[in-house]
Design a protein around this ligand. Structure first.
Ligand SMILES: Cc1cc2nc3c(=O)[nH]c(=O)nc-3n(C[C@H](O)[C@H](O)[C@H](O)COP(=O)(O)OP(=O)(O)OC[C@H]3O[C@@H](n4cnc5c(N)ncnc54)[C@H](O)[C@@H]3O)c2cc1C
Length: 370
């Protein structure tokens, strides 16, 4: 039996029945996450024979049932990806086995720096060099898959330097506080917290990369590609819902302009594109990045279209408070707004088209190295 079979079995038996509670009551699916971790869900891209596509397609199996759980899977997968690609072998060897097996849960706080590299907002964490490490201060409004004993990857700047530093932060370390301050219309079960750092000491042993930018150029294609797992899951779930509605309502649903076949074709094309890009995640030329950003954009837009079509096929059944179609529609918006959001992707693509270069992070790396 493969990891994918095990993941599918756990999703059907243990996760799908919880999807409504995760969505409406904000249940954090920790027990299922640990089970999925034991089954190999978080290991495919960081194991001895790494396959980013295997991680993406396994995440899609999760997202077909519940996007909250697929998103925390992405958080966990990103955390493992950071460790696997770090030159800090001591940090990698101490944390990666736990992250890859789900014993150690963790997240990623990269939305803010990614938007900062793209000149969308300012960097929120600032560090100061001290003996043996950095002390870091700042607040991040939303970081997911957190808890008292969890970790997350974050980037801070050091005044006077023109590059960032990336480190693994522990939620329970002195100077770090997490608090659930926001509630959302979907993805409530993702333990999305505000993170406050007040002169938190980050030892050199927890630095993933210093300077961060050349390392980010290495990890960023995989980070973005992994998000396709969420989109592929939402689209597959929407197709399932359309077929289900068709068992009783085919006579009337046939009049809707968008039929499941259309999304099957979209899904197949997306899967092929993502699989091809995921085979070479360390390629970092402008053409590769343009194709990757376009694929991420297509995935977000197709998620919205498929979830919208599923809602129309489901009718009132989907509109009921426990209806999965309205849940999926709200979830699809998350694929469109999580960093890099549709507007962020369009900005990066416009920049590439205008300047012929790579995305803004690549340009900032060039200026940091100059
Ligand atoms: C459910 C959920 C989970 C998330 N998980 C993560 C995660 O794990 N890691 C991560 O790095 N990011 C996470 N994010 C952030 C996400 O990726 C986006 O960066 C964020 O939603 C802002 O994107 P935006 O396009 O709205 O930003 P923009 O439109 O560019 O600007 C919005 C900016 O305004 C500020 N802002 C607006 N409203 C508020 C508010 N109510 N409170 C505080 N600040 C505000 C923030 O600085 C925000 O970035 C999460 C967001 C959500 C909704």
């Amino acid at each position: 039996m493969t990891a994918r079979d095990d993941v599918g079995r756990i999703v059907a038996a243990d996760l799908a029945p919880l999807a409504d509670e995760i969505d409406r009551q904000g249940l954090y699916p920790e027990t299922v996450l640990r089970q999925l971790g034991e089954a190999g869900l978080f290991a495919a891209h960081v194991g001895p024979h790494p396959s980013l596509w295997a991680a993406i397609s396994n995440m899609a199996v999760v997202g077909q049932a519940c996007l909250s759980t697929a998103f925390v899977t992405w958080c966990q997968d990103s955390c493992g990806w950071y460790l696997a690609n770090s030159d800090n072998t001591g940090l990698r060897d101490s944390l990666l086995p736990g992250v890859a097996s789900g014993r150690q849960l963790g997240g990623t706080a990269l939305s803010n720096p990614m938007k900062a590299y793209a000149n969308i907002e300012a960097v929120r964490l600032s560090g100061e060099r001290v003996t043996g490490g950095y002390v870091v201060t700042g607040t991040l409004p939303w970081v997911s898959n957190l808890g008292p004993d969890h970790i997350f990857g974050a980037i801070f700047t050091v005044p006077g330097r023109n590059h960032g530093v990336m480190a693994m932060v522990q939620c329970d370390q002195p100077g770090v506080k997490i608090a659930q301050r926001s509630h959302f219309c979907a993805l409530e079960g993702t333990r999305t917290m505000s993170v406050m750092l007040k002169r938190a000491f980050i030892p050199d042993s927890h630095i993933l990369a210093d300077p961060a930018e050349p390392y980010l150029v290495r990890v960023m294609p995989g980070f973005i590609l992994l998000q396709a797992g969420m989109a592929l899951g939402v689209i597959r779930g929407a197709i399932d819902a359309m077929h289900e509605a068709g068992t009783t309502h085919r006579h009337i649903n046939a009049f809707l302009p968008e039929q499941p076949q259309l999304f099957e074709e979209t899904l197949e094309t997306l899967e092929q594109t993502v699989k091809e890009l995921a085979a070479t995640p360390y390629e970092n030329n402008p053409d590769f990045m343009r194709r990757l950003l376009e694929a991420r954009l297509d995935a977000a837009e197709a998620s919205l279209r498929a979830a919208n079509a599923a809602m129309l096929h489901a009718g009132t059944r989907g509109f009921l408070i426990h209806g999965s179609a309205q849940r999926r529609l709200r979830e699809a918006y998350f694929v469109a707004i999580v960093t890099p959001s549709i507007k962020h992707l369009r900005k990066e693509l416009a920049d590439i088209a205008a300047g012929g270069g790579c995305m803004s992070l690549w340009k900032s790396t060039a200026s940091a190295q100059a």
